[in-house]
Design a protein around this ligand. Sequence first.
Ligand SMILES: *Cc1c(COP(=O)(O)O)cnc(C)c1O
Length: 359
Amino acid sequence: MIPPDLRTWAEIDLSAIRHNVRVVREKIGAQPGILAVVKADAYGHGLSKVAAALADQVELFGVTNVEEARGLADLGRDVLLLSPSLPAERREVIERRGIATVSSAAEAAEFAGGRINFKVDTGMGRIGCWQDQAVEELRAMGHLKNVELHSISTHLPSADEDEADTLTQLSRFAELAAVFRQLAPSAKIHVLNSAGILRFSDHAHDLVRPGLMLYGSAYPAEFQSALRPALTWKARVVLVREVGPGRSVSYGRTFTTTRPSRIASIAVGYADGFPRQASSRGAEVLIGGHRCPVLGRVTMDQILVDVTAAPEIETGEEAVLIGRQDREEIFARDLAEQAGTISWDIFTGIKGRVKKISP
Ligand SMILES: *Cc1c(COP(=O)(O)O)cnc(C)c1O
């Protein structure tokens, strides 16, 4: 039972996450390893519980930095740091046997006694060694004593958006990978993020790096039905009011009633991560099995929804902001689109006032 005094909370279904890992496995087949990306508190789903639930299904975990890696110390899995490490973080990375992502032989030399992932930039344009110099740089790395080359990787900037461009990028990287194999036969090669796994699974190489799809949100949307959303975000109705026609609702008075209305205040706002940008963009919440439109602007601590069509709704009732209720479902991507953003941003934007519950 959810305590009746909880105002807003997220229910995390760990069995859905385990299901989504099995979808990854079906896509890539038996051979490649799975590096579960659990950065940013497992995309807002709660690092320790998610990682513990996944540990027996995956070979490695991926996090952003060494601070996040601390939370995984007891699970007995390798941890790869997806972002560059600060000079001040390097000692702890080495001591923890973390796998540091490096962009050059010079950076690799800073990890003496440790392990590295050599990142190649094939078009992401963020970190890594530009592809034309990658073979030369890898040769230079081969001369380093006492640095273990765990893996070689690249990242796809538009796997969910641009098929032709991604295929060109993947085939160019495959040519490079053949050379890498000669130079560093034991290094694991990896490329695919979630959209890559869903669309280009024959490019799995040795490891894949699913993030978002583990949590059950699919880009492109055509793959949504294969995945189970793990997060249901709820908030309670804190007040219901009857108002007449011609009454403005919320800050800026951007919405005015045109008929006698029942308007519910829901105990969630942008201070909880409900995006203010979704104001007046067609967002809805589910209450008592009804889709109820969000009216006017999202405020810091409350949103206002039209419950005129649902006269039975009372204070204390649960509203679903993301997730399923009876036959209706709101996907993270729906709220993201109304806010002009993406599911990754919605999940990681859910704030500390929202208690996480994994039944
Ligand atoms: C975050 C991240 C991923 C996971 O991406 P999704 O699109 O969430 O699957 C994979 N690789 C790298 C390098 C990342 O930073």
